[in-house]
Design a protein around this ligand. Sequence first.
Ligand SMILES: NC(=O)c1ccc[n+]([C@@H]2O[C@H](COP(=O)([O-])OP(=O)(O)OC[C@H]3O[C@@H](n4cnc5c(N)ncnc54)[C@H](OP(=O)(O)O)[C@@H]3O)[C@@H](O)[C@H]2O)c1
Length: 296
Amino acid sequence: MGIKNFELSRLIIGTMRLGDWGVKMDTANLESFVEECLALGLKDFDHADIYGDYTTEQDFGALLTIRPDLRDKIRLTTKCGIKMLSPNRPDHKIKSYDSSKLHILQSVENSLKVLKTDFIDLLLIHRPDFLMNPQDLAEAFESLQKAGKVLHFGVSNFTTSQFELLHSYFPLVTNQIEISISHLQPFYDGSLDQCLKYNIVPTAWSPLGGGVLFQDTKDERVLRIRKTGMALAEKYGAQLDQILLAWLMKHPSGIIPVLGTSRISRVKSALAACNIKLSHEEWYELWQASVGTEVP
Ligand SMILES: NC(=O)c1ccc[n+]([C@@H]2O[C@H](COP(=O)([O-])OP(=O)(O)OC[C@H]3O[C@@H](n4cnc5c(N)ncnc54)[C@H](OP(=O)(O)O)[C@@H]3O)[C@@H](O)[C@H]2O)c1
């Protein structure tokens, strides 16, 4: 049960911006993108029921319909537990979180149906439901695992105490949290310590700050990060995004970035970033640029 046989590639391919919330890739382009990721050894694709207003899983399912052979070559993560207001979910009257057994079981059935697959490799509870009943949720996980519909379970955006609570009922394999040079909270709030303690790999969403670090800005913090990052990029003969990913991956918990790009060239350059080894002091140079002062 649980952690046995669980593995992830060194980088995860996020799908949030591939469909209606981003570049709206058609099936042919999605097929090439997935094939190219696989050729790079990257087989993890990160979904959520809500992406593209509840349409991106379906877009991916369209690919698996014409290329069912791809299913055995990839690993699918999806998330559930957020009930978004959407024309595609007219029964939702207000945005809310729901981790009740009924909602989780129904969400998984729907994800299986639209993704055109018999099983999900990893299911994450997308956001902590303030009304979460850990016993109820563990029962949902057990029945999904027993039925072979979901192989592994984790959470996303959970505080350390929420993680601890659910993990005591059912073995979780990850906490997918926002971590980047522009979002340092997990270094302070114990999330990364907890992953190290339980030997659980943290996965980082918006590892490049959702792209804001590259956009035109007058924001002093972003400009400081960019200046320091660019100097390091020059030293390593690399790009800024590679330095910022290398910075994340230096952490001993083995943070796995969930990439948000839809360009294969950037996926390739992210993979090359795995070989950049920043020194301890260089890591702190970027930390200092982000915080604005030297460490106390
Ligand atoms: N669990 C959660 O609550 C949660 C929340 C948000 C996201 N996620 C997951 O995390 C994944 C990644 O999130 P994210 O998309 O915010 O990640 P991100 O990698 O921080 O940001 C991606 C954005 O940055 C741009 N970008 C990347 N490298 C760039 C460069 N060198 N120059 C200019 N722009 C660059 C990309 O544009 P291009 O496409 O043009 O490269 C894209 O628009 C999502 O797909 C989703 O799977 C999870």
